[in-house]
Design a protein around this ligand. Structure first.
Ligand SMILES: NC(=O)C1=CN([C@@H]2O[C@H](COP(=O)(O)OP(=O)(O)OC[C@H]3O[C@@H](n4cnc5c(N)ncnc54)[C@H](OP(=O)(O)O)[C@@H]3O)[C@@H](O)[C@H]2O)C=CC1
Ligand SMILES: O=C(CO)COP(=O)(O)O
Length: 821
C-alpha cells in the first residue's frame, strides 16, 4: 500500500467510524460495538473507487479529555494518522446533533491543513437528510448525509473523497509475491504488540501493560528481505473457559473468537512465549490449535534478554521446549527480545522460511523412493501373520503438506509406525515448522486380506527426475526473481529455480534472442537440447526484468558495468543483487561486486552478493548434485537467497569472505586456460596437477594480499571450482586453452564465441594486479603472454619450468592487508 494516497476517518468516539470503515473496505474487520472507544489501533485497508486507489485508515475515537493511559495514546495515534493523511473524513452523529467534541475535532482537522469532508452518519431514514444540515456550521463545506449501517450515501462520500485525492498515478497493484500472512499469538502480555511495533519500525499499535489492550484483529503490512508480510495482531488468547468465566464480558469473547479466526487466515503463526515463565500449558494448547488449523509455526521466546545465562542455557531451554509437544521438534525457535529489538527480525525470516517449507511439493517419484528407503530402514509392522505394505504415496496438498499413503490394509498402520514415517519424511524433506498430514488409505482393488486384484503401478511422476519443488502459491506472482543474462549460466539458473517451483523471469539483452528462446522454449546456442520450463518467462524488457526483488546476474564480467549503468534508474534499495560472474574488470581491476557498488553507490552493501562454485551450467540444468557458495551481503539476506536456491540438487553454502570467493572464481579460469594449453601440447596428468596446485598457490598469494581468507581458496570457489574447470570438457576456458595449446592462434580462438572465455581478460587484469601489489604470479603471467601472442605455449612452459629453485611453501603469505579498493 506504499505510495497510495491516504484517507483518515476521524471523529469523536462512537459516531460510527468503524462501521463506515468496514463499508468502505467492504469487510467486517474492525470491531463494531456499542461501547465507546472500542477501536484503538488504526486499521488500514486499500479501497478502489472510480478508477482510483487509496488507503483508508480508521482511527481511534478522538477524546482529548479521556484520562486513561490508553485514551491518551489514542489521541497521539489520531494525530499521527492525520499527519500522514491526504484527506480527512470527519464523522459526526446526525441523530445526536453537533457536540462540543465534534467542533474540537473539526478544529483539529482544519488546523492540519488537509482537505476535510464531513460525513453526517446515522441518517438511517432517507427522508431525514435535513439532519445533516446542522453540521454545515462546522465550516468544512457541505456535509454528506449517509448511513454507514445501511450503506446509504457511502457511494456519494467515496465520490467526494476521490474528487479530493491529490493528482497522480497510484502504483499498480502489487504483483510481487503473495504476502505471507503472519498471526502473532500468545498469552496476554507476552509482548505481541511490542514485537509488531519493532517489526514495523515505528509505533503503529498501541501497547500497554494492561492485559487485553489489543482488542481487535489489526492487519499491518511490512517488508522484509524483499518480501511482503501482513502481520495479524490478535487479542491475547486465553483459554475459552477462563474467558467465559472471566471479567471481560461480551467484548473480550468477541476478541478471542476473532483472534482464533485470524489463525485460520494466517500462513504462519508466530507464537510468543515468555522466556521467564517458560512454556506453559496454555502455550501447549495454542500449539495444538495451530496444528489443528494447519498453518505454519515459529516459536519466539520473547524477553530472552532477561534470562540469566550460563554456558548451555539456550540449548537446555530449547531442548525443554521442544520436548513439550511433538510438532515443536520441527519448529524454528527464535530467542528474541521485543524490548531491545534483539533478533526480532529473525522471527520474520523464520516465518518466510516456514511459509516456503509448507508450500513444498515432493514429486511422487522422489516420495516413493523415500518411502521405500523407510521400509528398508524399519520393516513395516505385521499382525497375525499379515504385514503392512505401503504400495505408494503421493502428496495431494500443500499448506499444510498432505501425503496420502496407499496401503494394503490401513488397520496395519500402527501409530508408532506412522510417527516413524513422518520423522523419516521430515528428515528427508524438511517441511520445517509446518504440520504434516499423513492420510492412510486402502488402495482400491486390493483385497484387504491378500493379493492385488490388478496391477499396482504408482501414478506417473510429474517430473522425470527427482528433487523437491516448491509449489506456486495462488496469487504469488511468477516474478520472485529475475535472472539477468540468458547465456548458459543464466538459463541454467532459471531452470533450477523453475524446477523448484519458483517462476523466474529470464532477461536476454537482445529482443530477437528473447523471442527465439520464448518461441522454441530452448536456448539453442548456449544449452542445446534442454527444453525450458513453462514457468520461465523470457523478456528483453529491462524495466520488467527489474520488477522482482531478487536479481541473479549471470553476465560476463566485462559487461556488468554497462548493464548496471543501464539498470541504475530502476534498481530499488530493496533489490537483492546476486552476481555469478567469474572475472575481474580489465579497465579498473575491480571485482564484480566492487563494480556494482561503484555504479550503485547508494545501494545497501548488505544486498550485494556473489554466488560461485564448481557449477557447470550443463550439469546444473540436468540436476546433477552440485555445491556452491554465497558470499557477501547481510546474513539474513544470505539466508534468504540460500533458501531460494538450495535443494537436494544444489547445496548452497555461505561465506563471509566476499573478496576470497570472488577472487577464487575469477582467477581459477586463468589457471584452467593454462591447463588447457598444457593438454593441447600433449602433456599429461602430472602437468595438469602441477598447474592446479601451483596455480592455487598463486591465487592464494594474491588473495591473501588483498585481504581474503586463505582457507577460502581451499573451498568450493577456490580448489573446488579450479578442479571442475581444469578437468571438465564443459569448460570453455579449458577448451579454448586446448585449442591454443594445439597450435591455433589465440586471437582467433578467443574471437570464436558465442560463449565467453572469462579467463582471457581476467589473466590480463590479474597480471596487472600482481604487479601493483608486488605479488608474483608466474602461471597467470605465462598464460597472459601466450594469449597476447608474445610467446608460444611451449615457450611458456619452458619459462615456468626453468625458474629458480624455491621452497614449496615459500611466499605463501597467509594474511595481508584488507582490500581497500
Ligand atoms: N557457464 C557456466 O557454467 C557458468 C558461468 N558462470 C559465469 O557466469 C557469467 C556468464 O557466463 P555464461 O552464462 O556461461 O556465458 P555465456 O557465454 O554462456 O553467455 C553470455 C551471455 O552474456 C550475454 N552478453 C554478452 N555480451 C553482453 C553485454 N554486453 N551485455 C549484456 N549481456 C551480454 C550474451 O548475450 P548474447 O547471446 O545476446 O550475446 C549471453 O546471454 C560468466 O562470468 C561465467 O564465468 C558462473 C558459473 C557457471
Ligand atoms: O565457472 C564455470 C564452472 O564453475 C564454467 O567455467 P567455464 O567458463 O570455463 O565454462
Amino acid at each position: 500500500m506504499k505510495g497510495l494516497p491516504r484517507v483518515a476517518i476521524v471523529g469523536r468516539p462512537n459516531v460510527g467510524k468503524s462501521t463506515l470503515f468496514n463499508r468502505m473496505a467492504r469487510r467486517r474487520a474492525a470491531l463494531v460495538h456499542d461501547e465507546p472507544g472500542v477501536t484503538r489501533d488504526p486499521l488500514e485497508a486499500e479501497v478502489e473507487w472510480a478508477g482510483r486507489r487509496f488507503v483508508v485508515v480508521d482511527t481511534g475515537g478522538y477524546d482529548p479529555r479521556g484520562e486513561a493511559p490508553v485514551a491518551v495514546q489514542v489521541v497521539g495515534k489520531v494525530h499521527e494518522a492525520i499527519a500522514r493523511a491526504d484527506v480527512l473524513v470527519l464523522v459526526v452523529d446526525a441523530q445526536q446533533g453537533l457536540t462540543g467534541l465534534d467542533a474540537e475535532a473539526a478544529e483539529q482537522a482544519r488546523r492540519a491543513g488537509r482537505r476535510v469532508l464531513v460525513a453526517a452518519n446515522k441518517v438511517d431514514d432517507p427522508a431525514r437528510s435535513d439532519l445533516a444540515a446542522e453540521f454545515y456550521r462546522l465550516g468544512l463545506g457541505d456535509p454528506v448525509a449517509l448511513s454507514a449501517e445501511h450503506g446509504r450515501g457511502v457511494g456519494d462520500l467515496l465520490d467526494a473523497i476521490v474528487a479530493r485525492l491529490p493528482e497522480g498515478v497510484e502504483p499498480p497493484p502489487d504483483q510481487g509475491l503473495e504476502p505471507v500472512r503472519v498471526a502473532v499469538i500468545g498469552r496476554p502480555n507476552v509482548g505481541k504488540s511490542s514485537l509488531i511495533n519493532r517489526l514495523l519500525g515505528y509505533e503503529r499499535l498501541i501497547t500497554s501493560p494492561e492485559a487485553g489492550t489489543t482488542r481487535d484483529v489489526v492487519d499491518s503490512r511490512c517488508r522484509h528481505e524483499g518480501r511482503d508480510f501482513v502481520l495479524l495482531d490478535t487479542a491475547g488468547i486465553r483459554r475459552r473457559s477462563r474467558v467465559l468465566a472471566g471479567t471481560g464480558g461480551d467484548l473480550e469473547r468477541v476478541s478471542v473468537s476473532k483472534a482464533l479466526a485470524s489463525l485460520k487466515r494466517a500462513h504462519v503463526a508466530l507464537l510468543l512465549i515468555d522466556a521467564m515463565e517458560g512454556f506453559t500449558d496454555q502455550d501447549r494448547r495454542l500449539v495444538r490449535q495451530v496444528e489443528q488449523v494447519g498453518c505454519g509455526l515459529v516459536l519466539v521466546v520473547n524477553k530472552w534478554d532477561l534470562v540469566e545465562k550460563q554456558t548451555g542455557t539456550l540449548e537446555r531451554y530449547e531442548k525443554g521446549v521442544r520436548s513439550a509437544y511433538p510438532l515443536l521438534e520441527w519448529v524454528p525457535m527464535v530467542f528474541a527480545s521485543a524490548a531491545t529489538g534483539q533478533r526480532v527480525r529473525q522471527a520474520l525470516t523464520a516465518a518466510g522460511y516456514v511459509y516456503e517449507q509448507a508450500g513444498m511439493r515432493v514429486p511422487t517419484a522422489t516420495l516413493n523412493a523415500s518411502l521405500q528407503a523407510a521400509a528398508a530402514l524399519r520393516q513395516p509392522p505385521s499382525h497375525k501373520g499379515r504385514r503392512l505394505k505401503i504400495l505408494y504415496g503421493t502428496q495431494v496438498a500443500i499448506r499444510p503438506p498432505q501425503i496420502v499413503l496407499f496401503v494394503n490394509d490401513p488397520d496395519l498402520v500402527h501409530f508408532s509406525y506412522q510417527r516413524f514415517l513422518e520423522r523419516h519424511l521430515r528428515a528427508q524433506f524438511g517441511f520445517a515448522g509446518s504440520p504434516m498430514r499423513l492420510i492412510v488409505r486402502a488402495r482400491e482393488g486390493w483385497d484387504r486380506r491378500g493379493a492385488p486384484a490388478g496391477p499396482a503401478a504408482p501414478p506417473r511422476p510429474t517430473r522425470p527426475q527427482g528433487g523437491i519443488t516448491m509449489a506456486e502459491s495462488p496469487g504469488r506472482s511468477r516474478w520472485t526473481v529475475a535472472v539477468i543474462g540468458a547465456g548458459s549460466w543464466g538459463t541454467a539458473l532459471a531452470m533450477h529455480l523453475a524446477d523448484r517451483g519458483t517462476a523466474p523471469l529470464l532477461w536476454a539483452r537482445r529482443p530477437e534472442r528473447a523471442g527465439e528462446i520464448a518461441r522454441l522454449r530452448e536456448n539453442t546456442p548456449y544449452l542445446p537440447g534442454i527444453t525450458l520450463s513453462p514457468l520461465i518467462h523470457v523478456t528483453s524488457d529491462l524495466e520488467e526484468a527489474l520488477e522482482p526483488p531478487i536479481l541473479l546476474l549471470a553476465l560476463p564480467a566485462q559487461t556488468v558495468r554497462a548493464w548496471a549503468e543501464r539498470a541504475r534508474g530502476w534498481i530499488r534499495p530493496e533489490h537483492v543483487v546476486v552476481h555469478g560472474s567469474k572475472g575481474l574488470e580489465v579497465g579498473t581491476l575491480l571485482r564484480v561486486s566492487q563494480v556494482l557498488r561503484q555504479v550503485l553507490p547508494d545501494h545497501p552493501e548488505g544486498r550485494i552478493l556473489t554466488l560461485s562454485g564448481p557449477n557447470h551450467a550443463e550439469e546444473v540444468v540436468r540436476g546433477v548434485p552440485s555445491t556452491s557458495v554465497l558470499a557477501g551481503g547481510d546474513p539474513d539476506v544470505q539466508a534468504r537467497v540460500q533458501q531460494l536456491l538450495m535443494d537436494r540438487r544444489l547445496r548452497v553454502y555461505t561465506s563471509d569472505d566476499l573478496v576470497g570467493v570472488e577472487l577464487g572464481g575469477a582467477l581459477k579460469n586463468v589457471i584452467a586456460l593454462g591447463c588447457g594449453i598444457s593438454d593441447g601440447l600433449g602433456y599429461g596428468d602430472n602437468t595438469r596437477a602441477a598447474l592446479i596446485t601451483r596455480g592455487l598457490a598463486e591465487i592464494r598469494r594474491l588473495g591473501a594480499q588483498m585481504g581474503a581468507h586463505p582457507f577460502t581458496f581451499s573451498g568450493l570457489s577456490g580448489l573446488g571450482d579450479l578442479v571442475a574447470t581444469a578437468t571438465s570438457l564443459h569448460s570453455r576456458n579449458l577448451r579454448a586453452g586446448r585449442a591454443i595449446g594445439a597450435g591455433r592462434r589465440p586471437s582467433e580462438v578467443l574471437r570464436e564465441g558465442p560463449m565467453v572465455v572469462e579467463g582471457a581478460p581476467t589473466a590480463h587484469a590479474a597480471v596487472r594486479l600482481g604487479e601493483q601489489r608486488g605479488v608474483e604470479l608466474p602461471i597467470a603471467t605465462a598464460v597472459h603472454r601466450v594469449l597476447s601472442e608474445e610467446i608460444t605455449p611451449r615457450e611458456a612452459v619452458d619459462s615456468l619450468m626453468g625458474r629458480d629453485p624455491r621452497g614449496e611453501l615459500e611466499a605463501l603469505d597467509l594474511a595481508g592487508p584488507k582490500d581497500d579498493l
